[in-house]
Design a protein around this ligand. Structure first.
Ligand code: UDP
Ligand code: MG
Length: 335
C-alpha cells in the first residue's frame, strides 16, 4: 500500500505539535490512508522538540528531527523531504493554517496520476495590517521576478516521490521551494483552500524577515536585478549625453561658468546609480560565494528513534534510500 508522508517544519510551535499530530492522524485513519508525519524542529527555542518526542511516543508514525540552530523554513522543508519515506509527500505548515481537509483530495489526485498537486490559496486568512502589507509587497515583487502568481501559490503541496528526488538532487543551497516545483514541471493539478487562522502562537515572519526572504528568493530565481544595472547604465548615459551637449553649447557661447548645479546633479545621479549597481552585483557575488562554499542547508542535531541514519551532522541519504527501496520494492528502483 502506498505511503503518504506529511512534512511539517516547526519553529517555536510547542503549542501546536501534539494537536496537529492528533488532527492529522485522525484524518488519515478516517480516510484509510497509510501515512507518516515528519516534524522538523527548526532550532526551536521552546519545547517544540520535546512535544515532537511526546507525539512520537503516542504514535509510531510520527518521526521528528531537530536542527542545531534556526536554519529557516526552506531548510526545514528540505530536511523533511529528505527524511520522508513516502511514495507521495505533502508539505504543510504545522500551525494548521493549511487546512488538513484538502489532504484526501490531494491524495485522490495523486492516485489519479498527478505528480504535483499545488495548494492554491483562495483567500488569505485574517492577518494584521502591517503583515498584510509586507506580505502583499513581497508577493508583488516575487510574482514579477519569478514570473508566476505568487499571491495564490503556497508551500502547501503534494509531491510524487519522483519530484521529491529531483528536488533533493539539486545542488543549490539557496532554494525556493514554492517556485522550484513549478520549475521542475511534471503533471500538475491543483486544489484550492482557504488559509485558516492560526490557533496558537504567532506568525514567525516579521517585515524584515519577509523582505530578506523576498530578496533571497528573487535573486535565486531571477537575474533581472542584474539586468536592471544595465538599464540604469543606459539611462544615465543618455542623460549625460543630453547634459554634455548642453554644456558644450554653453561653453561655445561663452556662458559656461554657472553650470555648477549640473555638476552636482551629475555626481549625485551617477554616484547613486553606481552604488546601487555595485550593491546588486555584490549581492549576487555573495550568493555565488555561499554556493561555492558548499555548506549543507541544515545540520540535524537529534532525531527520533524511528529515523534511520546518523544523528549528528548532515543527513546520511544513502541509508535512508536503502530503507526506502526495501519498503517500496521495484517501484523505487525504476526511477
Ligand atoms: N517556520 C520554520 N522556520 C522559521 C520560520 C517558520 O520552520 O524560521 C515554520 C513555522 O513553524 C510554520 C511555518 O513555517 O510551521 C509557517 O510559519 P508561520 O506560520 O510563522 O508563517 P505564516 O503562516 O504567518 O506565513
Ligand atoms: Mg502560519
Amino acid at each position: 500500500m502506498a505511503l503518504l508522508s506529511i512534512v511539517l517544519p516547526a519553529y517555536n510551535e510547542e503549542q501546536n505539535i501534539v494537536n496537529t499530530a492528533k488532527t492529522l492522524s485522525r484524518l488519515m485513519e478516517d480516510h484509510g490512508i497509510e501515512y507518516e508525519l515528519v516534524f522538523v524542529s527548526d532550532g526551536s527555542r521552546d519545547g517544540t522538540y520535546d512535544e515532537i518526542l511526546k507525539a512520537a511516543e503516542g504514535n509510531p508514525r510520527v518521526k521528528g528531527a531537530e536542527f542545531s540552530r534556526n536554519f529557516g523554513k526552506e531548510a526545514g522543508i528540505f530536511a523533511g523531504l529528505e527524511l520522508a519515506a513516502g511514495d507521495a509527500v505533502i508539505v504543510m505548515d504545522c500551525d494548521l493554517q493549511h487546512p488538513p481537509e484538502v489532504i484526501p483530495r490531494m491524495w485522490e489526485l495523486w492516485q489519479g496520476g498527478a505528480e504535483v498537486v499545488e495548494g492554491i490559496k483562495v483567500r488569505r486568512g485574517k492577518e494584521s495590517l502591517p503583515h498584510k502589507l509586507s506580505a502583499g509587497l513581497f508577493y508583488k515583487i516575487m510574482s514579477m521576478l519569478v514570473k508566476m502568481d505568487m499571491n495564490s501559490s503556497s508551500d502547501y503541496k503534494l509531491l510524487d516521490r519522483k519530484v521529491v528526488d529531483v528536488l533533493l538532487a539539486l545542488p543549490e543551497r539557496n532554494t525556493f521551494f514554492r517556485a522550484l516545483t513549478f520549475w521542475a514541471g511534471f503533471r500538475t493539478e491543483s486544489v484550492q483552500y482557504e488559509v485558516q487562522e492560526r490557533q496558537f502562537g504567532e506568525s514567525k515572519w516579521s517585515f524584515w524577515s519577509l523582505m530578506k526572504y523576498a530578496i533571497a528568493n528573487a535573486t535565486s530565481f531571477s537575474t533581472l536585478p542584474l539586468q536592471l544595472v544595465t538599464v540604469m547604465g543606459v539611462v544615465s548615459i543618455l542623460f549625460s549625453v543630453v547634459l554634455a551637449v548642453q554644456t558644450l553649447v554653453k561653453f561655445m557661447t561663452g556662458t559656461a561658468v554657472e553650470g555648477f548645479t549640473t555638476v552636482i546633479l551629475l555626481i549625485l545621479i551617477i554616484g547613486g546609480f553606481l552604488m546601487l549597481s555595485l550593491g546588486i552585483i555584490g549581492h549576487y557575488i555573495a550568493r555565488i560565494y555561499e554556493e561555492v562554499k558548499g555548506r549543507p542547508k541544515y545540520i540535524i542535531s537529534r532525531v527520533t528513534d524511528n529515523v534511520l541514519g546518523s544523528v549528528t551532522g548532515t543527513w546520511k541519504r544513502e541509508r535512508d534510500r536503502q530503507g526506502r527501496s526495501e519498503r517500496n520494492g521495484d517501484r523505487y528502483d525504476k526511477f
